[in-house]
Design a protein around this ligand. Sequence first.
Ligand code: ATP
Ligand code: CA
Ligand code: CA
Length: 423
Amino acid sequence: RVLIGNLIGEDHVNYVLMYNMLTGIRIAVSRCQAKIKRPLTDDDFSARHKYSFDIVGNELTPSAKYDFKFKDYAPNVFRELREDCFQLDPADYLLSLTAKYILSELGSPGKSGSFFYFSRDYRFIIKTIRHSEHKFLLSILKDYHAHVKSNPHTLLSRFYGLHRVKLPRGRKIHFVIMNNLFPSHKDIHETFDLKGSTVGREYPEEKAANNPRAVLKDLNWINREKMLELGPEKRALLTEQLRRDSELLKTVRVMDYSLLVGIHNVRRGNRDNLRSNTLKVFSPSVPAIRRKNTQIKGGRSPEAIAMRRAMRESDPKRLGAGTLDLPEEDTGDRQQFIFYQDEGGLQATDESNRPADTIYYLGVIDILTPYSGVKKIEHFWKGLSADRHKISPVAPAEYGDRFFSFMKAIMRGGGGGARFKSE
Ligand code: ATP
Ligand code: CA
Ligand code: CA
């Protein structure tokens, strides 16, 4: 579970898959974007658009380097999520996902076998998902959409698109595009993946000592005496949002999700350069002035303008590869969201709500595992050998309550108790 990206060039084993994913997204998203927006209907939730790519091309799809099929699920719903709920600039979105040699691969950080790819500017993550997760997301899309609409500050994973690539020999790869919770411009000094369960939830401390990018778990949090240092204001807001989010997850009967917590220590700053290799690959040797020009804030970079023009002319074939450099500062694109307002995250505060030296990057991730038959069996067997209430795969309601109680318990204002020991 090391957060290091490998750049994907033409010689990379997953280059073809990557190319197909990005080509499909580019065409499908710009097709959808070219249409006039109208209120969603029930049919939008079950809509699927199919594209067939080959070297020749046709009126719907430009010629591509490889033969493959691409399926876009509920495009209008995801468009509304992106634009109205998550306030993404359409041109920025396409630009981030279509630059040449775009992505770096995180490998498979989880046990599930999913692959993670960063967009070149590090803002988006493509996660390959199982067919069951794909079906599950479609089945809860209405609930998810309604929740996000009435909870603009939700901490749940932000899903921007759901797609499938089919390769000539029939292999089908499902994937989602979501937000990267971690910023490109701040080192994350500690990372925790918290479920509110303690059984087996420990990353070996001796290994963590020489791996600053280790993803630590519940027991590490407890043993290190960590707390989310938030004053009354932020504490109340975060508690209420987590309560609502976990209620939704209970309703749709999902399990196994976590609160991902990235901790940036302001005094330590970026001197350790812990950010992923992507950053090291792309940030040096780019003059600062150019970096400023290509910042994606407000989508006014030359590339974004060109992209928008191409989109206006509804000519997806013209949406070619652009280049994009990593922003060195907060792009400011998340400032309207309470929990992402401070440098893309949530700054710690003391009991008088005054800012402290820590920035948290928080979100509820991995929310597509339904309480299926498989989980029930696991529950039964694990239940025989350990305290049934402490193990991870308890029923969704219990899981949600335990998750929420844990998160409430780890929040504290600046005053009293164990202080951060990370300095
Ligand atoms: P498993 O099911 O075994 O837990 P998974 O393949 O479903 O694994 P996730 O739990 O979604 O993977 O994520 C694994 C790790 O990847 C997380 O602990 C976190 O470090 C990183 N990660 C996942 N989603 C994000 C995100 N949106 N932003 C930043 N990092 C993320
Ligand atoms: Ca997980
Ligand atoms: Ca998972």
